[in-house]
Design a protein around this ligand. Sequence first.
Ligand code: HEC
Ligand code: HEC
Ligand code: HEC
Ligand code: HEC
Ligand code: HEC
Ligand code: HEC
Ligand code: HEC
Ligand code: HEC
Length: 424
Amino acid sequence: MAEHPQRSFHINKILLISLVIVIVVLGFSLVILAIGNAGTRSTVGKVDALANSQDECVTCHRKESPGIVSQYGHSSMASADVKCVDCHEVTANYPGSVSHEGTYVLQSPTVVKCQKCHEQEVAQFLKSRHAIPAYVAYAGSEGLSPSQSKEYQSIPEGAFDPQKARNAIFALEGPEITRFACVACHEIGKPAEDGSTGQCQKCHLRHEFSLEQSRRAETCNNCHIGPDHPQWEIYFESAHGIAYSTMSEAWNWDTDPGTLTVKDFSAPTCSICHISGFGRTPTSHDVGDRLTWYLAAQISTRRPGWESNISRMQNICLECHNEVFIKDFYQAADKETEAINALVQEADSIIQPLKDKNLLTKAPFDEPIDFVYFENWHHYGRTAKFGAWMQGADYTQWHGAYEMLKDLAELRSLVGQKINVSNP
Ligand code: HEC
Ligand code: HEC
Ligand code: HEC
Ligand code: HEC
Ligand code: HEC
Ligand code: HEC
Ligand code: HEC
Ligand code: HEC
């Protein structure tokens, strides 16, 4: 039986209209969803606090360097009426001052400026290895002023010097290279011309000084990366890092400091475990405050005050995990750290005969065996420890312990060759 042409046209029309309505409704919900999501991004929708500013630094710099003014305008410090001059203006005779538009400014404001308003953050920072020790790591302690030496010695875990020949590579490469290498990372603790220490802007990028940015793992990735301290790589393969990569769109990145809880973040970033106030634990800019081992050291030992540090770190874990889980984890990671210490010590006993027979050259890093010995603890040993403590199994295994075994075999062979050559 043939279908009535008129009727099938009518049905098609109804279908078409319904389809159009469905598409329109879907489209609307997508737009509403997008607007909702945009609201959770910290930078979108924030007002430009400097939009109507008549401040002369602002009006001229809006023409000369609009990027700086726009970034600063969207910061919470600009909303709180902190002005360009609060960070930049100094007196004529201030160290490093440059004459500028009828006044004097610093090109690079120092912590002395931040300290006026952020005394506590500066005091904590100065008690950490991010301060003077980071600088001493490449420059040595010889050039420190008496007050800087005092500052250095007042850091409980500061004077620890795990690598006595620390300047050897720095010296071998020379300043043309190291300016872009060691210095670029370690200047987080470099003294400024006015004698103050450190660079807050390494984690609080100018001129937004955004909380979200400092809380994101990418900020630490500027330095905590690579074969000798792959914390960034390890974090990204850990369960915590996976949560960060897959779910952090919904986290409350701009929650006021000191009020962060599991309601804001379902898993930790670097900053939650090492810096942020979280739940019952207050914020600290002293990144050593929650650590128990010197993991970066050749042979890891306990830190001074580790018994109280451990409770601060574990209180962070306990916001999300139960006590037995965390106690077990710590016990196992302590044992792993000691097992890696043993593998590092094995390298020492392997090369001991060369030391006894005076078969190693005095100069550092001038023969292959120096590099094999160094990488065993400096790259692989550290990596194996960091991998365990921050849950990167691949780093503990294939970039860590396995490389150590391979390295020890190579060391034995190199030692054998040297002894044979000297004793044909
Ligand atoms: C009339 C325009 C004008 C005014 C007003 C002005 N600046 Fe500038 N500023 C400039 C220009 C142009 C430069 C770039 C100079 C250069 O490249 O040598 C500059 C550079 C700077 C620098 C970098 C310094 C350097 O030597 O590299 C700082 C910091 C600065 N200004 C801060 C301020 C502050 C703070 C104020 C308010 C007290 C201010 N400026 C007022 C035009 C201005
Ligand atoms: C909270 C402190 C603070 C405030 C407020 C501030 N700055 Fe800066 N400014 C800095 C820091 C820190 C640097 C970076 C120094 C470095 O990395 O060497 C800097 C660098 C600069 C530079 C030179 C570097 C460049 O990127 O060209 C200029 C120019 C400058 N600021 C202008 C301004 C102007 C204009 C304002 C106001 C709209 C302002 N700053 C407000 C802290 C501040
Ligand atoms: C004149 C006082 C003053 C100076 C100088 C100053 N700050 Fe601030 N800063 C403030 C105030 C006020 C706030 C709080 C804004 C708020 O809570 O909304 C703040 C907030 C911040 C925040 C948190 C931003 C946020 O979104 O909550 C950071 C990070 C910060 N300052 C870093 C610095 C650094 C780094 C320096 C030095 C280069 C500096 N400040 C210099 C007054 C100052
Ligand atoms: C990519 C950034 C980066 C570069 C480049 C870099 N370091 Fe480091 N360095 C670090 C970080 C991050 C640590 C801390 C590792 C830890 O605690 O797990 C560190 C640790 C150290 C330590 C051990 C801690 C101490 O204070 O004794 C020394 C020594 C050191 N670095 C010296 C150097 C020298 C010398 C160079 C150049 C030849 C250099 N570093 C290049 C980031 C860097
Ligand atoms: C190693 C990275 C790092 C360095 C260096 C650093 N900060 Fe922070 N800072 C952070 C992080 C992460 C937060 C966010 C803490 C949180 O989640 O509550 C923060 C927060 C802040 C805040 C907001 C209030 C608070 O205490 O939470 C201020 C103000 C601040 N920093 C000032 C400074 C000053 C001043 C310096 C330099 C002495 C500095 N910071 C150096 C990482 C850093
Ligand atoms: C500009 C480079 C730089 C950035 C950015 C940076 N760090 Fe560091 N960090 C270092 C250096 C260098 C050291 C080693 C200092 C030393 O012992 O000589 C270090 C050491 C540490 C330590 C070990 C401290 C100790 O007592 O042994 C921790 C923990 C740490 N950083 C956490 C962080 C976190 C979390 C972030 C991001 C919020 C961060 N760092 C950002 C350079 C940096
Ligand atoms: C789940 C919490 C957690 C997260 C997330 C985390 N860490 Fe750690 N981190 C630890 C613990 C625990 C230790 C070992 C503590 C100890 O010694 O007791 C550690 C050790 C370190 C050390 C070694 C310090 C030394 O003794 O040499 C550095 C540096 C560090 N973390 C940086 C980072 C960076 C950078 C990130 C992000 C890329 C990060 N951490 C993410 C918990 C965390
Ligand atoms: C903000 C919440 C939060 C904090 C704080 C936190 N974790 Fe976790 N942790 C998680 C989540 C979520 C997972 C993933 C759970 C799963 O595997 O289903 C996890 C997983 C783990 C795992 C299992 C890894 C795996 O591969 O199965 C370990 C171990 C762990 N965390 C240790 C720690 C330690 C140690 C601390 C403190 C230094 C800590 N966590 C802090 C949320 C947190």
